[in-house]
Structures are given as C-alpha cells and as structure tokens.
Design a protein around this ligand. Structure first.
Ligand SMILES: *[C@@H]1O[C@H](CO)[C@@H](O)[C@H](O)[C@H]1NC(C)=O
Ligand SMILES: *[C@@H]1O[C@H](CO)[C@@H](O)[C@H](O)[C@H]1NC(C)=O
Ligand SMILES: *[C@@H]1O[C@H](CO)[C@@H](O)[C@H](O)[C@H]1NC(C)=O
Ligand SMILES: *[C@@H]1O[C@H](CO)[C@@H](O)[C@H](O)[C@H]1NC(C)=O
Length: 467
C-alpha cells in the first residue's frame, strides 16, 4: 500500500504552489482523516533532545507530562493558516508511518496484539521508502503483547519504534511463548525507540511464582542485541519480570529520559544491564527497582552515565565480573552527577573469586548519597562453589578507580568498603569525599583490605591509602 513518495511530493508541491495564498486555508486542504497534530513527534529531533523530565509526577502523570511537548504548532501564527511545508512534512510522515492499528492491533489490553505488531514491523522493515520510518503505537490504547522479536536488518536506514500508548504483558505465566525475553530487538541499525508511552511487564505474577528460586527463568522486558547506534528515550517502564533493559553488543548507543520502576522487594529487577558494548551513554533517568539501577557487565567500555536518580535499588554496579572463573573486562567508565536515595549500595565494583581480567579506569564523580547502606564499595569476594578447573586464588584486577566530589549520608556506619582480593586493588583515588552516618552519635568509617592508592579530604579517613 505504498504511495510512491517522490510522485506524491511533486504533485502536492505543484498543487500547493498554484493555490493562491489567501485561499490556502487549513481545513480545506487537509483531508478529513488526517490529523496533523498526530505527526509532530515524527519530526521531534532526538539528536538534540538532551533534557530529561521532571520527576515530580513519578510514577503518576508521566504520560500526559511527556507528550504535551510533542504538539508541533503547524499553523502559521501570523495568518492562522496551515503552513504548506508543514503539510508536506506531515504527508510524508503519513506515508512513512506504520500504525499498528492499521495492521489489526486492537489495543484494548485483552486481545493479543502480537501478530499485528509483527505485521506492522514486517511492512516497515521491508519498505524502501526514504527517510525515517515509524512504527506507531498510538496513544490512548493498551496493547497486549506476548514475547516478540523485532528483527532487522531493515531496508530503511532509520527506523523509529514510537510508543505513545501503553504496551502490557500477559498476566498469566502459562501463556508466555518465550520465558527469556519479552520485547526483543535484534540486528536493527538506526533504531530509535521512544514516544512518551509506557511499558508494563506485569512482573508480579513471576515474582510470586519464582520466589527466591534463582534458577526460575523469567523474561527481560526490553532486550537489544546487535543494534549499533540505537537510541532509547522518553518512555516509562514498569514491573519487568526480571531486568528491565538489556543492552548487548550495541556500540554507540544512547539512553535518556526514562522512568524505570518496580517495587523494591521485586527480585532481580535491574534497571539497565549493559554487556559487550562500547560507547554507551545513559543519562537523565530515574530508576527505582528491586536490584541494580544500572549494571555494567563484561565486554563493556567507554560507558558514560550521568544525571541518574537511583533508588530504591542496589545502586550502580560494575559487574559482577569473573563468575565461574571467567575472563571479564570492563574499562573506561564514568559515572557523574548521580544521586542515590535509600539504596542498599551506591557505587559498587563486584567480582567473583577465581575470575580473571580487569575492571579499570573507572571514575565516580559528583555523587550524592542519602540513607545508602554501602555508598562506596569494592567487593572482590563474591563466592560460589568452585569448579575443579577454577583457581580461586585468581581475581579480576581492579585498578585506576577514582571517587571524587562525593557527599552524603550512609544508613550504617561503614561508608567506604575496599575489600580487595589477594592481588590487591591498585591506584584507588579518593578525593573530596564526605559521607556521614545517619545514625545518631555514630561516626562513619572506612574498611580496607589490600587496597592501594591515595586519599585526600576524605571523611571518613581511609587508613590503607596514602595521603
Ligand atoms: C564495537 O566496538 C568494539 C570495540 O571497539 C569493536 O571491536 C567492534 O568491532 C564494534 N562492533 C561494531 C559492529 O562496530
Ligand atoms: C556535573 O555537574 C556539574 C555541576 O553542575 C557540572 O559542572 C558538570 O559539567 C557535570 N558533569 C557532567 C559530566 O555532566
Ligand atoms: C567537593 O565536593 C563538593 C560536592 O560534594 C563540591 O561542592 C565541592 O566544590 C568540592 N570541592 C572541591 C575543592 O572540588
Ligand atoms: C553534603 O550533604 C549534606 C547532608 O546530606 C548537606 O547538608 C550538604 O549541604 C552537602 N554539601 C555539599 C557541598 O553538597
């Protein structure tokens, strides 16, 4: 059903040019079924949209807050007439938009819309129309999706998965068709996922069924694999059965303006997990879950995290690394201007005994803590039953880790923990850190084992580091 674009544009242009200005009134040129205001978001410039969102309405009110900005004013303010350029853009947007409703999605929250979404995706992905193609999940509707894989490569160089409405997961486990991943994007280049809508993983049924059984398989809500250069922004994610977002093998990716929320008791509901990816930026988001807000796993480098509000949750973690004797590498990580409130950990590096590899060149800067149990922690003593092939005297090398301009309070007395393995952590720098205990009349302290480096202006003082 594709309209040949160049021809359409040409005809429209000629038509618009020949219309006398005075009669170019809005309502007469616009076809009836054509709501220009629906298309504002298509031209929203995701490249320059740096800002996050006010968290005041979290989690209620998110949808309205995030979508109001999208109403492009397509009327010329002087003449109060529609602008022909805007009309053309909107027309183009229409031919470039694949609305899931047009492919049979119902959006009442009850009927399974998975097949309709796949049809819309298939049509978009096969389309050779120029420009950015958009798969639209319209607002005001709730789409029930079972496990689904949106696979590339697509013919277009840019595809936008625009979620303005809600997507919800089935609420009974038996009907799930894939227990590992819910919404899976793989091998799509030039992908952006955004739109101001919400995604609800209905995790409660899984948390209840699995309890504390670690082997119990549960799906990740949003999984990105081999999607280099993708952008994920302006969405609210709730209640994933397991971690909310996995970013695997996706270089040059950006995530911003997300709200991620699950109850603090929910098991393993990490916010964002990154692995095997280079140059990933995560910023301006609020993450409140039952596990790590962000975890950076093996094979990741040049990761920048800033302006994240974390809590409740387990903090921002590097690792765990080196499980089952694995060789793990993480380097060049910058975590800046983040705040932690009521989290069990703040900034953490965790490695397993018996692993190898490294975690190095890591900076935590401009961090505030409020009521955090372990604000600064390196823990190299994760321990499991060793296999016979494993040499548990080995460890992942931790080096060149800087903590700078950090302020706040801890829930207990132990503010800083540097629990390094036998090989030691090297070049640990603590500079201008102040973490006081929340407990009345208690002083915070630092615990050190095999840590080497320097500290200056640190409260509590860190005895094992030189001054
Ligand atoms: C991703 O980055 C890594 C590290 O720079 C590189 O080895 C790999 O080739 C990159 N992959 C792609 C597809 O660009
Ligand atoms: C962190 O915040 C400070 C003060 O607002 C600012 O100067 C600095 O540029 C920020 N750093 C990053 C990486 O955003
Ligand atoms: C020390 O850190 C605080 C934030 O915790 C910052 O406001 C202050 O400017 C820093 N001092 C120096 C000398 O950098
Ligand atoms: C450090 O934190 C304390 C309490 O959390 C606060 O009163 C103080 O203003 C903060 N100082 C800086 C420099 O941010």
């Amino acid at each position: 059903m594709e309209v040949p674009l160049t021809a359409t544009v040409l005809v429209l242009t000629l038509w618009l040019i020949t219309l006398p200005n005075s009669s170019c009134s809005a309502r007469r040129v616009v076809p009836d079924d054509f709501d220009l205001f629906d298309y504002g978001v298509v031209h929203h410039n995701t490249q320059t949209n740096e800002e996050g969102f006010s968290q005041e309405a979290f989690p209620e009110g998110w949808e309205t807050k995030s979508t109001t900005r999208d109403s492009f004013n397509r009327v010329n303010p002087q003449t109060e007439e529609y602008d022909p350029q805007a009309f053309l853009e909107a027309w183009e947007a229409k031919t470039n938009t694949f609305n899931v409703v047009d492919y049979g999605a119902v959006g009442n929250g009850l009927v399974d819309d998975t097949k309709a979404f796949l049809k819309a995706w298939g049509a978009m992905c096969a389309s050779s129309t120029q420009g950015t193609l958009t798969l639209l999940v319209p607002k005001g509707k709730r789409f029930l999706l079972n496990a689904v894989a949106f696979e590339g490569p697509c013919r277009a160089s840019k595809v936008n998965f625009q979620i303005q409405g809600s997507i919800v997961a089935p609420n009974n486990i038996g009907s799930w068709t894939n227990k590992e991943m819910w919404i899976h994007f793989s091998n799509v280049q030039g992908l952006s996922v955004n739109g101001g809508g919400r995604i609800d993983g209905n995790g409660a049924v899984w948390w209840k069924a699995c309890g504390s059984n670690k082997g119990c398989q549960r799906p990740t809500a949003l999984h990105f694999n081999e999607c280099h250069g993708f952008q994920l922004s302006r969405l609210a994610l709730f209640n994933s059965p397991k971690n909310h977002i996995s970013i695997c093998s996706c270089n040059d990716s950006r995530v911003f303006g997300l709200l991620i929320w699950a109850p603090k008791e929910s098991p393993n509901t990490d916010g964002i997990d990154i692995s095997r990816s280079t140059r990933v930026a995560i910023q301006s988001s609020h993450i409140a879950t039952g596990d790590d807000c962000i975890a950076i796993n093996s094979g990741s480098s040049y990761i920048k995290i800033r302006d994240i509000k974390c809590g409740p949750g387990h903090g921002i973690s590097i690792g765990s690394l080196g499980q089952h004797g694995e060789y793990s590498q993480v380097e060049e990580v910058q975590v800046s201007n983040c705040s932690f409130k009521g989290t069990t950990n703040g900034v953490r590096i965790k490695t397993w005994e018996g692993g190898s590899g490294y975690a190095r060149k890591i900076t935590f800067e401009g961090i505030t803590f409020e009521d955090t149990r372990n604000p600064i922690i390196i823990d190299q003593h994760y321990f499991d039953k060793p296999t016979s092939a494993m040499d548990i005297s080995k460890s992942v090398q931790v080096s060149d880790v800087t903590y700078r301009n950090i302020n706040g309070t801890c829930a207990d007395e132990k503010a800083i923990t540097l629990a390094c393995a036998g090989g030691g952590c090297t070049n640990i720098v603590i500079d201008n850190v102040s973490i006081k205990s929340d407990l009345p009349n208690k002083r915070s302290y630092a615990y050190c084992d095999n840590a080497h480096g320097t500290s200056s202006f640190s409260l509590p003082p860190v005895p094992c580091l030189s001054h």
